[in-house]
Design a protein around this ligand. Structure first.
Ligand SMILES: [Zn+2]
Length: 429
């Protein structure tokens, strides 16, 4: 398990530095940048003294592609080399990881971060066993419509910074709290300024102003609203659920999106059994998200497709609902991703490490599987092969843990273990 790959280009030998020597003597010492990291993304950087490196390169003998006593070379914004630290090539800069673990940056493939307002009272009532009669998603829709662009942008960037500090280097986010042509297009325009993974979710719920005319709302979502939103989005999504959109409506919405060049993903089988998963597979959706209530036929369909099952345990945690059965999916051969579903109503966490811990404790995943699903699995759910892995050619998106192993993400739940984050080769945390 010591792959020796050539660096992308030759680099001068690093200057010896006493700081490095000292850091090497102190196991688990603070990571030390010996030479100043360049933000110009042209220099090469060696990160060495990594106790455990998760590459997600299956050719190394396991899905996680784990390398011990490892090093990584970053060249510009890409990974140039990984392997045994004793074989690392020379670079411009050098970072001592202090005997810590390094994993790919988390790929959070499902969030709802363009919103305004707060639903603390709703959560408090639910967790206190009291009835709560306010409008759920409708509450957030009203607050989002009333907010200025600046408020929505500030909210989004605040939660992105929060996620980044917890190791998330790629995120997907959706519209779905505007539900008018102008408000949906605005949400997507604001999201597109922050990420390439933008999803049009005009079909989140039928808004109160169309309560008596759901067919008219579907016509809007597949017509004028789609035309206004498609330029900002890569994906189209629908909440296929009792009380939201049925199978026929969901099929019409996703098919219209595909015709406009948007690729499908589906909120499927969250609250009840239904047609969402089968529809996702039929339309080659990148992901069926939630997957809490599945028949054997649903599991078989996922296993025989390239549609990823994205599990969102923050939602079950925050609503005291039944956990999705990750073990059943994995044993059937389904590709599983883990994501936060960060939203102000049913899962107000931006923490992928928290979701990893829940998946291990309550959903039957091993720590290795959960870390894979939160990195490589998320990348699969976004049909990306340039993220979610630390192999030559991939983006240098990586997270340094204040722990000797990735297992600590589940072993030490709730502890802020992320001590460094690089995105596109630049250290940002
Ligand atoms: Zn969602």
């Amino acid at each position: 398990m010591t792959p020796a790959r050539p660096p992308a280009r030759p680099a001068p030998a690093p200057e010896p530095d006493p700081t490095t020597d000292q850091a090497n003597k102190d196991a688990m010492s603070s990571p030390t940048t010996v030479s100043p990291a360049s933000s110009a993304s042209t220099a090469s950087t060696l990160i060495t003294n990594i106790a455990a490196l998760v590459t997600n390169d299956p050719s190394l003998g396991s899905p996680l592609g784990l390398i011990q006593d490892a090093a990584v070379v970053i060249d510009g914004e890409r990974i140039a080399w990984t392997g045994d630290q004793s074989k690392a090539p020379a670079t411009d800069n050098r970072v001592d990881a202090g005997g810590r673990a390094v994993i790919p940056g988390f790929v959070d493939s499902h969030s709802h971060l363009v919103f305004a307002g707060d639903r603390t009272q709703e959560f408090n009532a639910r967790m206190s066993g009291r009835p709560y009669s306010a409008g759920g998603i409708r509450t957030t829709v009203a607050a989002t419509r009333a907010a200025s662009d600046e408020e929505l942008e500030a909210n989004l960037t605040r939660y992105l910074a929060e996620a980044l500090r917890q190791g998330t280097t790629t995120f997907e986010t959706k519209s779905g709290y505007g539900l008018t042509v102008a408000d949906e297009a605005r949400a997507l325009r604001i999201a597109a300024a922050q990420t390439a993974e933008v999803t049009y979710l005009g079909a989140h719920i039928v808004p109160p102003d169309h309560a008596d005319d759901p067919a008219g709302y579907v016509a809007l979502v597949t017509g004028e609203m789609l035309d206004a939103c498609a330029p900002y989005a890569r994906w189209i999504d629908v909440f296929c659920e009792k009380g939201a959109f049925d199978g026929d409506q969901a099929r019409a919405i996703l098919t219209a999106g595909k015709a406009k060049g948007l690729h499908p993903r589906v909120h499927a089988n969250q609250l009840s059994y239904g047609p969402g998963v089968q529809l996702a597979v039929e339309l080659d959706a990148a992901s069926a998200d939630h997957c809490t209530h599945l028949t054997d036929a649903d599991v078989d369909a996922l296993a025989n497709s390239r549609t990823v099952a994205t599990l969102l345990p923050g939602a079950e945690f925050s609503t005291r609902a039944e956990w999705p059965d990750a073990r059943r999916l994995l044993d059937a051969g389904v590709t599983v991703a883990l994501s936060t579903d960060c939203n102000p109503g049913s899962s107000f966490t931006s923490s992928v490490p928290f979701c990893v811990a829940l998946a291990v404790r309550d959903m039957g995943m091993t720590p290795d599987e959960a870390v894979w699903s939160a990195t490589a699995g998320g990348a699969r759910a976004l049909r990306r092969d340039d993220i979610g892995r630390l192999t030559p050619g991939a983006y240098a998106d990586l997270t340094l843990l204040d722990a000797p192993s990735h297992v600590h993400l589940a072993y030490r739940p709730g502890v802020p273990l992320v001590s460094g984050v690089w995105r596109r080769g630049v250290r940002v945390v």
